[in-house]
Design a protein around this ligand. Structure first.
Ligand code: SIN
Ligand code: FE2
Length: 217
């Protein structure tokens, strides 16, 4: 099937698309759960609002972030880390909704990672122009578990490189309902998101929400 650059029609789930050893795109995989995922995401965001974290270098990130699950990823002047409570409220993060866990386990299994047991879900909120520069997810203790990333709302250009920062990253357009999974030899691959193009998504308007599931402890 060919898809024009501007076509925002979600792709029905076909088969895993291997992008690197241990890394796959599952296009349309989360479409059947997308309504439930969005509703649950709004509840998480209501309990623990998206906020622009500050990097150790003192920059404010353009992506708004929050978490659910036992642990949440946070950043401030003292560094990156996982925390069992929301530093903004002092309260535990909201629990991981059942539909979140379900899609994460199903996607991991589809990608060949059985028994994925995520204890952290980072919720990223993108407005037009927001971006995530190339980075590795390496603050987790358990690097045998994959990362499962669910895209909702506006399309994004996902950058996926190798474990060497200087090597060029490939670009993949991720639509509402697409899931990316990377683990094994790609677990520490550099990845990021290009500045979000403006648009109007039928469910999310001018927003993209991304869920990344991790085994942090
Ligand atoms: C991440 O790298 O944590 C998120 C990637 C994305 O938003 O697609
Ligand atoms: Fe990441």
């Amino acid at each position: 099937m060919t898809r024009s650059l501007f076509d925002e029609t979600p792709t029905p789930y076909l088969a895993p698309e291997r992008i690197a050893p241990g890394a796959v795109l599952l296009r349309g995989f989360a479409l059947d759960l997308a309504g439930a995922l969005l509703q649950a995401a709004e509840q998480v965001i209501a309990a623990a609002p998206l906020r622009h974290l500050v990097t150790p270098g003192g920059r404010s990130m353009s992506v708004g972030m929050t978490n659910c699950g036992a642990l949440g990823w946070v950043s401030d002047r003292s560094g990156y880390r996982y925390s069992a409570s929301d530093p903004q409220s002092g309260q535990p993060w909201p629990p991981m909704p059942d539909c979140f866990r379900e899609v994460a386990l199903r996607a991991a299994a589809q990608a060949g990672f059985e028994r994925f047991n995520p204890d952290a879900c980072l919720v990223n909120g993108y407005a037009p122009g927001a971006r995530l520069s190339l980075h590795q997810d390496k603050d987790e203790c358990d690097l045998t578990a994959p990362i499962v990333s669910v895209s909702l709302g506006l399309p994004a250009i996902f950058l996926f490189g190798t474990t060497t920062r200087s090597e060029p990253a490939a670009r993949y357009r991720l639509l509402h309902g697409d899931v990316a999974v990377w683990g094994g030899p790609s677990r520490l691959a550099y990845h990021g998101v290009a500045p979000l193009a403006d648009g109007d998504h039928v469910r999310l308007g001018r927003r993209r929400i991304n869920l990344t599931f991790r085994r942090a402890r």
